[in-house]
Structure formats: structure tokens, C-alpha cells
Design a protein around this ligand. Structure first.
Ligand code: PHE
Ligand code: ZN
Length: 871
């Protein structure tokens, strides 16, 4: 056995080659055991063409027991093995193009804290194979363009693991000796191994069904920890809604007889779309009004939809290679956003999508890990499940939808499925289908897939009062970076609305296609200069530079037809005050803001929308629009502006608060709570209203009438207490902990609240919480609830001048590097974005990165980001 260097070099999109071999069928027999599970994998392989290549199978953390090729055991001289590969040289392979290989390996699920491959979540066995986790289960051609038909026999103790699940349909089951049993599953759809799944455990099972448009009955099964059955009902309803929506919107039906979802507590991500057997982070399944907030409900529905939609966009048509990840993710996020917009308020849903994009994705695109939605170079694939691939990817699909329209988009989807069903394809294949179906030339549009960074669009307007011609000039520029020296002009759909001053001249809405570096458009039909509302519906993921005075912004807020523009104008106004306040904390905010906010509160419009209008830009949203950020000045500016608003509008805030509280109408309950809690957040800044926080906490958490208790209101009150470090805080936190100590997902909220307390004491608290009996770095939700909550929700102390906040984060990342590299790598995001901060902060952050880079056993996940950040 010779040794070969382990595979730690980056891979490039440009190096893609089709595989030399493919796998047609996989027959797995898996004997489950905590510390030594045995996997027997029987592969039928096929050599493609007449190549003379060795067969190289991926495998990591595996113990090879035996290797049998066409019924002949291979001796150790006939193959080579290293940390990442099993290589069978051509000389050991038969001349025939078809042959079989039986690989027996052993793995240790109990020790698998990385939660990739086969691992234990509590008492259950569970798998996670995307992106490259199957290689931790058995040696395999672990790449998405190798698609095989899987048959899986799971064997385990019958009492401990009454449910044995895998993909597809159940084809056999039975008893074995030693109190064991088995179940065999067959998935008729060829799939890449990243869609393989296996679960074994003891669960409560919620059962229902769905009849497809063509009349097939599908069994729906949701598996949850014992005692949680009622908490799965919302997920079940969400699933049924998603199935109906995909039929109505895209004519897409489900294709197996059974759809299973398993909720587990140990999971790195949100959920996984394994064929017929989704595995979910329990936080995206379990909900009842006592333990889940309105946004938890919303997110559960969205994630259930997202994974369901993957059955077509991801599973039936999958990715040729991992560089194409946005093919399935961007498209599926777009689909789940459209679904949510239709189930709820489309205006509010869109605003929340944009808030996420502008606060997090823009920062990523401006940082050292910036990449196109189709990356070109990858060291650790897990690092590319990013806001860019997902959220910007979705924006790119949305632009396409805007450019060709809803009907042509549907025809494009139909064509895409008719061309590529059952295949592993590329982003180009998708765009070509859209182009062919719509007749639209999308050659330039494709640049969105290869260029990174947020494009800047500058607008300039001119009104000629002689000719009454209004001219709009747009210029675009994508950022120049080390990896992108010469960015080209993109094809950018810019929806504009020209708001007329005169009642007898209608406003005009237009879709402009900006394709040049600089382009102008002329409009007539106005006898005085109209007010321009740009980027209606946020029609493109760009930064807009357009100097508009407050009068114009107020006009847009009041008069624009497009709800997004009305909201965005308000945010711009608020942002301009924040900007002023960061330079001069004594700056006097004009009282026109108070009038505008009182008008909003009095408007009688959708309360959820008003709640969004009233919400200040978050720290991250504001930061993404600034350079050389002084984080302390920014947090102070946000607080000062909030207090100014609270003081100026307190009467109206109180009236609205009470009105929302009283109108406990079932249909509008979510919107009522949204506005009520925004009002409370403002009022809690003023000592004379802090009694409201105490009252609301009591009502929502400690009520004689348990039906009155509500997590949204309880958490909103606690958040006010923790943000303002109110007198009752400690008592409330203690009460909340006692009440919820048995409920894992609520305890995550409790840890997050503790980490968000705006007080110098937070550091002592963090140290104490690390020692809390319920804290564990091995549980990703719990690790994030403390560490990420601190770094993301507590900017004042995360960025404190002593550097203690940065140090705390780096210390936990160092520990997680050994336990769970994926989680470690996600947590490092705020540190690697150090270059957007003022020099003193940069220096402190960078020092922590340098320390991390020196770790022994540094994972590829962290290495890739640290190298990018520090060079
Ligand atoms: N593919 C999953 C989704 O987007 C995300 C995921 C990626 C989950 C990698 C686990 C591991 O739905
Ligand atoms: Zn997805």
C-alpha cells in the first residue's frame, strides 16, 4: 500500500471533467451500532468510454474491512488507500465495462461530532450527506453527477430503534435474532449520494395524506421526539400547502407514495431535502403558540416549503457539480419566497427578504469570501452554502422572472424539466431553457453568475421645464477586487415609478433594462418635475446611489404605488439621520420625522407593514451602507435615534400599542403583535413606560389563563428588558428558565437573550453560561444560541474597545474547530469582515484571526476563510 497525499488543494470550476466511471445501482446493508456501525455497499459500476483510468472512490474517517471485486476478494497489494481516497488501479480492474464491487467498512457514529455522514442526534441515528458527507459512510464516487438507484437495508435493535427509515418506498421488513429487526427501502429515482438518508430511532409519528392533482394518494409522515406530536401540526399543514402550491403554480406533483420528515435536535443547517426523507433541524418543525413565536411559525412554513420544492428543483433535476449549487438553491429560495409572499403579505415578505440580503449578503459580497453565485474556486464546499448562493441566487432568478414575466417564466420552467428531468445539469442549462422558452437574449444576463460583489447603480435626473422632458441617467459599476479586475456591465432590470405632482397627470411605472455602463431614458407627460421612486420591489440586488432630499423621500413614503418603495424611502430617511448621528451624536433630528411616524401610526394601513416602516435599520443594515464603521458610534446613534422617536411619538405609540392589544382578532393577530411589539420596543426606552414591559411579560408568560400565554409577546418583552437592561431582567430570566428548562428550543431563546443583554456584565454572564448544565458546544443550535447571538445581536459589547468580545468569539471558534468545523466556520463571519471597521477595531479583530490561523489541526473550513481574510 503506497501513500498518496491527502486532498487539501482547492478545486476549480474550470477543471470539471465528467467521471470516468459511473455507478448504476447501490445496495446498502447497514448494521447500526453506536460505536461500530458496519456498512456493506454493493455497487454496480460502469466504465465510461474506453478510458484506462484507475477507479478512485472518496472516503473519509472509514475503516475498510474488505473489498470484493466481481466476487473476488482484493488483496492489499491490489489497491491503495489514504485519508480521503480508495484507489483501485486499472491493472486491478476487469476489462469489461461493467463490474461489481462490494465494500465493507466500519464507522463510529457516536464520535461523529461534525454531524456529517452517520451520527447520533440524542438517541436516534441520522445522516447528513450534502455536500460531501456520504464519503463518511462508505467509499463512493461522491459527486452529484454520479446518479444511482439505491436499495437500503437498515438493521438495528428493535426496542431502541422501532423506526428504520431510508429513501423511497418500504419493500421488506422482518425480525432478526438478538432482538434486532430490519427494513429495506428502495428508491426508484436515480440520485446522487448527497440525497441519501437514513434515520433510526423511537419517535412519535404524525400521519396525514395528500391527494395529488392526478389523483395519487401520498402518505405524509412527520417523526418527532416523543411527546411532541401536537407541535408537528403546523409543519404538516405547511407541507400540504406547499404541495398544493407547487401543483398550482408550476404544475409539479410529488412523485413517490410517501413523504417523510424527521425532526432532530442535532443538525448543522436548517433542513435537508433527501429524497422522500427530509431531515430537519427540530427548530424548523416544532411549534405551538406557547413555545414558538410568529416568526418561528413563518420560518417553519418557509423551510418546509423550501425542502419540498427541492423535490423538483434539486432532486429530479440536480447539479452537475457543486459549483452549480445556486442552480438548485437560488431557484428553490425564489420558489419558497414566492410561496411565502402568496401565503402572507407579499409586501412584508419582500421587505424581510431585502432586509436579510442588504444586512448579510451585501456584507459577505464586500468581504474577503466574496464569490459569484456560481463560485469558481472551492477548498471546502461547506463554506459555500452562503447568503450569496442562496439569497443573491434567488434575486438573480427573480430578475429573470421580472425580465421575461410570469408566463414566460413558467414556460421556461416547463422546458427546463422536459429537457433535464433525471439529469445533473448546470446554471447555463437553466438560463438557456429560460432564453429558449421566452425568446429573450440572456447572454449578458449570465454575467450575474460569474461576477461577484454588489453592483452600484448611480441615478441622475434632469427635468427640462422648456420641453417638459424628464431624463433619467443610470450608471453601473461592479466592484473591482483582486479576483475581479475587469467587471463587465450587467443586465439589470430597474423598475421605476415617476410620481406626478399634478392630479391630472398620471404617475408612470416602467421597467428599464440597464445593460450599458451608462444609459439614459426620457419621459414626457409631466408639466413639472415628477418624484422618482427607484427599484420598485427591489428589482435588482444593487446598491443605489441617488441623492434625494427629504421632501422627495416623504413624497415617496406617502404616494408611491409600490409598497417596497414606500418602505424603502422611510428607511433612507432614517438612515440619513443615523449617518448624521454617527458623526455628531448631538445632531438635532428634524421634527418632520416625528410627523411622518405619527402619520404612519395613524394611517390605518396593514399593521405588519407599519411595523416594518417603524423598525430602524439594524446595526448590520446600517453598517453595510457605511465605510470605516465606528461600531460604538453606530450603536449609540441607533439608540439616540430610537429615543428621539420614542419621545416624540409616545402618545401615538401608546395609543397604537393599546389598540393592537385590544384588537385580538384571530385573523390579524400576527400583524397586531408585530406592531404592538415595535411600539413596546420604543416605549421601553422611556423609564415612564417600562411598566408596560413588566405587564406584558406577566400576561404572556405567567398568566392564570394559560391560553393567554404567547411566546411572541413574552419574548418581545424580554428582549426589551435585555436590550435596556431593565430592573426586572434578572427576575424575568430566572422565571423564564424555570418555566422552560425542559423545552430545548425555548432554552435556545433563553441563552440568546442572556447573550444579548446590553451591559458590561455580559462577559461574566457568558462565562457562566458556558458552564451551564444545559450548555454544550456539541449541539449546533445551542452553540449558536449563545455565541452567535452575542456576536450578532449585541454589537455594543461584541465590538467593545477592549477587544473582549472578539476574544470571546475566537476562543469558542477554536474549541469548535475540533468539535464541529462547519459550525466553527459559520461563526467566524463577523470577524473576517474586519476591513469594514475603523482601524482600532480592525487591529483587534485581525489579532484574533491571526491566533486562529496558528491553531494546530485547523480545519479546511476555517483555513479557507482565514487565508482569504488575512492575505
Ligand atoms: N440543501 C439544504 C437546503 O438548502 C441545506 C443543507 C446543506 C443542509 C448542507 C445540510 C447540509 O435545503
Ligand atoms: Zn435548499
Amino acid at each position: 500500500m503506497s501513500s498518496i497525499l491527502a486532498d487539501t488543494a482547492p478545486r476549480f470550476l474550470a477543471d470539471y471533467r465528467p467521471a470516468d466511471f459511473t455507478i448504476n445501482t447501490v445496495n446498502l446493508t447497514i448494521h447500526l451500532d453506536d460505536t461500530c456501525s458496519q456498512v456493506v455497499s454493493e455497487l454496480t459500476l460502469e466504465r465510461k468510454g474506453d478510458n484506462q483510468q484507475a477507479l478512485q472512490l472518496n472516503g473519509e474517517h472509514l475503516t475498510l474491512v474488505s473489498l470484493v471485486l466481481d466476487n473476488q476478494a482484493l488483496s492489499k497489494e491490489q489497491y491503495q488507500i489514504n485519508d480521503t481516497l480508495l484507489i483501485i488501479p486499472a491493472s486491478s480492474l476487469p476489462d469489461r465495462s461493467h463490474f461489481t464491487l462490494i465494500i465493507t467498512t466500519e464507522i463510529n457514529p457516536q464520535e461523529n461530532t461534525a454531524l456529517e455522514g452517520l451520527f447520533k442526534s440524542g438517541d436516534a441515528f441520522c445522516t447528513q450527506c450534502e455536500a460531501e458527507g456520504f464519503r463518511r459512510i462508505s467509499y463512493y464516487l461522491d459527486r452529484p453527477d454520479v446518479m444511482a438507484t439505491f436499495t437500503t437495508k437498515v438493521i438495528a435493535d428493535k426496542s431502541l430503534y422501532p423506526y428504520l427509515l431510508s429513501n423511497g418506498n418500504k419493500v421488506a421488513s422482518g425480525e432478526l435474532s438478538n432482538n434486532k429487526h430490519f427494513v429495506t427501502w428502495h428508491d426508484p429515482f436515480p440520485k446522487p449520494c448527497y440525497l441519501f438518508a437514513l434515520v433510526a430511532g423511537d419517535f412519535d409519528l404524525l400521519e396525514d395524506s395528500f391527494t395529488t392533482a392526478s389523483g395519487r394518494e401520498v402518505a405524509l409522515e412527520i417523526f418527532v421526539d416523543k411527546g411532541n406530536l401536537v407541535k408537528a401540526e403546523h409543519a404538516m399543514t405547511s407541507l400540504q400547502k406547499s404541495m398544493a402550491w407547487d401543483e398550482e403554480t408550476f404544475g409539479l406533483e410529488y412523485d413517490l407514495d410517501i413523504y417523510m420528515i424527521v425532526a432532530v435536535d442535532f443538525f448543522n443547517m436548517g433542513a435537508m431535502e433527501n429524497k422522500g426523507l427530509n431531515v430537519f433541524n427540530s427548530k424548523f418543525v416544532l411549534a405551538d403558540s406557547h413555545c414558538a413565536t410568529d416568526s418561528d411559525y413563518f420560518n417553519i412554513e418557509a423551510v418546509i416549503a423550501h425542502e419540498y420544492f427541492h423535490n423538483w428543483t434539486g432532486n429530479r433535476v440536480t447539479c452537475r457539480d457543486w459549483f452549480q449549487l445556486s442552480l438548485k438553491e437560488g431557484l428553490t429560495v425564489f420558489r419558497d419566497q414566492q410561496f411565502s409572499a402568496q401565503m402572507h403579505s407579499s409586501a412584508v415578505t419582500r421587505i424581510q427578504n431585502v432586509r436579510l440580503l442588504r444586512s448579510q449578503q451585501f456584507a459577505e459580497d464586500a468581504g474577503p469570501m466574496a464569490h459569484p453565485i456560481r463560485p469558481e474556486k472551492v477548498l471546502e464546499m461547506n463554506n459555500f452554502y452562503t447568503l450569496t448562493v442562496y439569497e443573491k441566487g434567488s434575486e438573480v432568478i427573480r430578475m429573470l422572472h421580472t425580465l421575461i414575466g410570469v408566463d414566460k417564466f413558467r414556460q421556461g420552467m416547463d422546458l427546463y424539466f422536459s429537457r433535464f428531468d433525471g439529469m445533473a445539469v448546470t446554471c447555463d442549462d437553466f438560463i438557456n431553457a429560460m432564453s429558449d422558452a421566452s425568446g429573450k437574449d440572456l447572454a449578458q444576463f449570465k454575467l450575474w453568475y460569474s461576477q461577484s460583489g454588489t453592483p452600484v447603480v448611480k441615478a441622475q435626473e434632469m427635468f427640462d421645464s422648456q420641453t417638459n422632458i424628464y431624463t433619467l441617467t443610470l450608471r453601473q459599476q461592479s466592484p473591482i477586487t483582486k479576483n475581479q479586475q475587469n467587471p463587465q456591465a450587467l443586465h439589470i432590470p430597474v423598475k421605476v415609478e415617476l410620481i406626478s405632482e399634478n392630479n391630472d397627470e398620471p404617475s408612470q411605472s416602467e421597467l428599464l433594462e440597464l445593460t450599458q455602463t451608462e444609459q439614459s431614458w426620457q419621459f414626457n407627460g409631466f408639466t413639472s418635475k415628477p418624484t422618482l421612486a427607484m427599484l420598485a420591489d427591489f428589482s435588482a440586488p444593487v446598491k443605489l446611489i441617488f441623492d434625494q432630499d427629504n421632501t422627495s423621500l416623504l413624497t415617496i413614503m406617502k404616494q408611491a404605488d409600490n409598497s417596497f418603495c414606500r418602505w424603502d424611502a422611510g428607511q433612507k430617511l432614517l438612515m440619513s439621520y443615523l449617518h448624521q448621528l454617527t458623526f455628531d451624536i448631538d445632531y438635532t433630528v428634524p421634527t418632520e420625522l416625528i410627523n411622518a411616524i405619527n402619520d404612519m401610526l395613524n394611517s390605518g394601513g396593514d399593521r405588519a407593514f407599519i411595523a416594518e416602516q417603524l423598525s430602524l435599520p439594524s446595526f448590520d443594515e446600517a453598517a453595510s451602507l457605511m465605510i470605516d464603521i465606528d461600531p460604538i458610534a453606530l450603536t449609540n446613534a441607533i439608540t439616540t435615534l430610537a429615543i428621539f422617536i420614542a419621545r416624540g411619538t409616545q402618545q401615538q405609540l401608546l395609543t397604537s400599542y393599546k389598540a393592537c392589544q385590544q384588537d385580538d382578532l384571530k385573523e390579524n393577530a400576527v400583524a397586531n403583535r408585530a406592531l404592538k411589539n415595535v411600539c413596546l420596543a420604543y416605549l421601553s426606552l422611556l423609564p415612564e413606560y417600562q411598566y408596560l414591559v413588566t405587564q406584558q411579560y406577566q400576561q404572556a408568560t405567567n398568566n392564570d389563563d394559560i391560553l393567554q400565554e404567547n411566546m411572541t409577546d413574552s419574548l418581545a418583552a424580554l428582549t426589551c428588558s435585555s436590550k435596556n437592561n431593565l430592573d426586572d431582567l434578572n427576575e424575568q430570566l430566572e422565571h423564564f428558565e424555570n418555566k422552560w428548562q425542559q423545552t430545548t428550543l425555548v432554552m435556545d431563546k433563553w441563552f440568546a437573550l442572556n447573550a444579548s443583554v446590553v451591559s458590561e456584565d455580559v462577559f461574566a454572564q457568558l462565562d457562566k453560561l458556558l458552564e451551564h448544565p444545559q450548555f454544550s458546544l456539541k449541539n449546533p443550535n445551542r452553540a449558536r444560541s449563545l455565541i452567535s447571538a452575542f456576536a450578532m445581536n449585541n454589537p455594543k459589547y461584541f465590538h467593545c474597545q477592549t477587544g473582549r468580545g472578539y476574544q470571546f468569539l475566537a476562543n469558542q471558534i477554536a474549541k469548535l474547530n475540533e468539535i464541529n468545523p462547519q459550525v466553527a466556520s459559520r461563526l467566524i463571519t463577523p470577524l473576517i469582515q474586519y476591513k469594514s471597521f475603523a482601524p482600532a477595531h480592525q487591529k483587534l479583530m485581525k489579532a484574533e484571526l491571526v491566533k486562529l490561523q496558528a491553531l494546530t489541526n485547523l480545519s479546511n473550513d476555517l483555513k479557507e476563510k482565514l487565508d482569504a481574510a488575512l492575505n
